[in-house]
Design a protein around this ligand. Sequence first.
Ligand SMILES: [Zn+2]
Length: 153
Amino acid sequence: MSQKEAHDQGLFSDGQQASFRPIQVYSNYIEAHIALGRLQEEGVSCWLKDENTVTINPIWTSAVGGIKLMVAQVQVARAIEILDSVARVQQEANACPQCGSLNVMLVSTPRKAVNWFSSLLGFFLGDLAVGAHKVNHCFHCGAEFNPSSFSTP
Ligand SMILES: [Zn+2]
């Protein structure tokens, strides 16, 4: 949404940003952007705070408390609803292919060092195989498989 559109919707007044609230904190640039993109698709006015600090030096993530997803106060309830449904869909999409369990968690693979820059590049190129650095681990049967939640819509 452009600044003008936002202004037209009353989200900005006198060039000042209307009140925004952090509804989620991310330590991961890509996750933050996926959430941001989803909300924007739904017409939610939102932006990422402290994004640059984290991106420039991921080690600072803990120092600044991560990337904050800021949402216009009036749209907070809707934004939370959207993120909840996204999380639910992702969880279901990541059900274990072997046993169907939802008790699955994304874990880093020890085999490769995480290269955040190539991940970033992959994100912008739409090749979300960046998830290759992580696999889903099923805590029910122990199977490991590639995450499917990082697919583009
Ligand atoms: Zn399983």
